[in-house]
Design a protein around this ligand. Structure first.
Ligand SMILES: [Zn+2]
Length: 183
């Protein structure tokens, strides 16, 4: 729970959020935007609904912008990555997961919940010199979800071994549902 800070104090300090500790009209105890006093949870839920309805359009628009001006996109991405590498990695992880399994990201997904995993992977890689990756405990190809409860950090070598095992398991489960290998 964040500590209580009034809107005026937060505003004077140049912060984006303040916190009253009181419930919003939809029952969240969450920070509010200094700019417009709306609850960040309400905003997140509203945005998730909106995004679900418009995601195709948003993605198409962003891809078109990317094609129109790749240099600019790269510069913006690089700046974002510098500013908040863990958030950047978490978003990249979510997008990569979505490409592998379009339905693996839950509708109430909040990328911030997954940042600690990407931070830990980067930290371990830096401190041990061994590349580490964020792994799905239940693999996406086996129906696992891209969400905090299904994430963990393992070394890249371990991840590659696991991926090979999962492919084998997938092949086995397919052949058994087709009745191919049943004695
Ligand atoms: Zn709310």
């Amino acid at each position: 729970m964040p500590s209580v800070i009034s809107r005026s104090t937060a505003k004077a300090a140049g912060l984006q959020y303040y916190f009253t500790g009181k419930v919003c009209k939809r029952g969240h105890v969450a920070e509010r935007f200094v700019s417009n006093t709306s609850c960040i949870e309400c905003h997140r839920v509203h945005h998730a609904v909106w995004y679900k309805r418009n995601s195709e359009k948003v993605r198409a628009k962003s891809a078109a912008r990317h094609r129109a001006n790749p240099e600019k996109r790269r510069a913006i991405d690089a700046a974002r990555k510098r500013r908040n590498p863990d958030l950047f990695a978490a978003k990249a992880g979510r997008d990569a997961a979505r490409r592998r399994a379009p339905d693996c990201v839950p509708s109430d997904f909040n990328v911030r919940d997954t940042i600690p995993f990407y931070r830990e992977a980067r930290h371990l890689a830096r401190t041990t010199g061994i590349p580490h990756e964020v792994d799905h405990i239940i693999a996406l190809i086996l129906g696992g979800k891209h969400e905090a409860s299904n994430l963990r950090v393992i070394s890249r070598a371990e991840n590659l071994r696991k991926a090979a095992d999962e492919r084998e398991e997938l092949v086995r489960s397919r052949s058994s549902t087709q009745g191919g290998n049943v004695p």
